[in-house]
Write a protein that binds this ligand. Sequence first.
Ligand code: HEC
Length: 110
Amino acid sequence: MKALLIGAGCVALVATQAWAQDANQTRSLAATCFACHGNDGRSVGGIPPSLAGRDRAELLKILKDFKEGKRPATIMHQHAKGYSDQQLERIADYFAKIKPGPAAAAPAAR
Ligand code: HEC
């Protein structure tokens, strides 16, 4: 019985670690977007548009349209083509779950 409980504990621990790793990987995927769309997708002055808190399905549709060249773009075709459909789903999910808000203040000038 004791062994069984320890076993169950290990499974839970491994599952938690896997989840944390997954979340980190998703954030890394999304972090490539931060450069232009702002940290966590809260863009400065709305250009390019903020991604935080947008509808997941809408984001995914836009990203897939960029990937397939169906939506006009300057730079987004290249970005969207760099990800599998599954990765785009994770990215859309990531931004949809973030609360919209003002962009973080720019670092002070040195
Ligand atoms: C080099 C800057 C840059 C990076 C990096 C970038 N974007 Fe964009 N994004 C743009 C620009 C500029 C547009 C406007 C369309 C265009 O000209 O390509 C845009 C448009 C979009 C739009 C459409 C917004 C709307 O409401 O019309 C979405 C969604 C989007 N980007 C998501 C992403 C995601 C997700 C990533 C990361 C995988 C990303 N972008 C990375 C510059 C960037």
